[in-house]
Design a binder for this molecule. Structure first.
Ligand code: R5P
Length: 277
């Protein structure tokens, strides 16, 4: 039985349909003091909790869902379509936590197994105390693209070049490349373009996550005379005014997956998760 978190109801329903498994009618409650409560009215022998940890509240809700499911199911599997705090995968300054490890340890206490989608760094899967595997959904982002002319698939930093290659391969042709990025703060990034020509070409930018939109809007500003610009990402967090930043940067369309449920989440990762399960 699929047990959805409140922020992952769309992808959970898709997964239930994919696997032909029932979907638990979970009830969610929010109290005046800010605490949350869930009720999982039924489960099968295997409960698959599907919850993107898109906020601190979503983390707490996930722990509650696992605990409730554990009381009825023999096996609890946790699917994290999007794993929050994944980008703090090391202590970047003295005194900082490895937040991804702290979250992974907490999540491990309530489950037998974890499946996640495109973690920021694959090494994050090693932070869990139970088996954890990751699913690569980047190739699926090729599906909504229109027919492209002389396409360039480009990632805004070298770490995401594999995503650019995956979407290029899934599209079936084109050049893949990456820009160089230096981050100065949460919202200030500097991007150096590559040598690949962008003039008159359709450019498809891809990243694992769009958070503030600073990386993508700065990357778009480096393109010289492109024909059309498409922005794609696995995790469309699109915090604050990120979507507006992209529009003002001149993007033709934004495509993301349903690991985070937003207006641009036109691609479902459910089939890829179903394969992993
Ligand atoms: C960082 O390395 C990630 O891959 C993304 O590039 C980054 O998290 C995007 O953040 P933002 O949209 O805030 O620039």
């Amino acid at each position: 039985m699929i047990v959805p978190g409140s922020a992952s109801q769309e992808v959970a329903a898709e997964l239930a349909a994919e696997l032909d498994e029932p979907l638990a009618s979970v009830e969610y409650e929010w109290f005046a003091d800010g605490e949350t409560l869930v009720r999982v009215p039924e489960t099968d022998d295997r409960a698959v909790v599907v919850a993107s940890t898109v906020s601190s509240d979503a983390h707490v809700e996930l722990l509650q869902l696992q605990d409730a499911a554990r009381q009825r199911a023999d096996e609890v599997v946790t699917v994290l379509p999007y794993m929050g705090y994944g980008r703090q995968d090391e202590a970047f300054a003295p005194g900082q936590p490895v937040s991804a490890r702290a979250m992974a340890r907490a999540i491990s206490t309530g489950t037998d197994r974890v499946v996640t989608v495109n973690p920021h760094e694959e090494a994050v899967t090693g932070f869990f105390d139970v088996p954890c595997s990751s699913v690569d959904a980047a190739g699926r982002l090729a599906a909504p693209l229109p027919e492209l002319s002389d396409p360039l698939f480009v990632s805004p930093d070298s770490g995401a070049i594999e995503l650019a290659e995956a979407i290029r391969d899934a599209y079936g042709g084109g050049e893949a490349d990456y820009f160089e990025k230096v981050r100065h703060s949460d919202t200030a990034v500097e991007i150096k373009p590559s040598d690949a020509s962008t003039t008159g070409r359709d450019v498809v930018l891809i990243d694992d996550i769009i958070a503030t939109g600073s990386t993508m809007s700065t990357a778009i500003a480096q393109l010289s005379g492109p024909d059309r610009v498409f922005v794609t990402c696995v995790h469309p967090m699109l915090a604050a005014n990120a979507r507006t930043k992209l529009a003002n940067a001149g993007v033709n369309a934004v495509y993301g997956t349903d690991t985070i449920e937003r207006a641009v989440s036109s691609v479902s990762v459910a089939p890829a998760i179903a394969d992993a399960l």
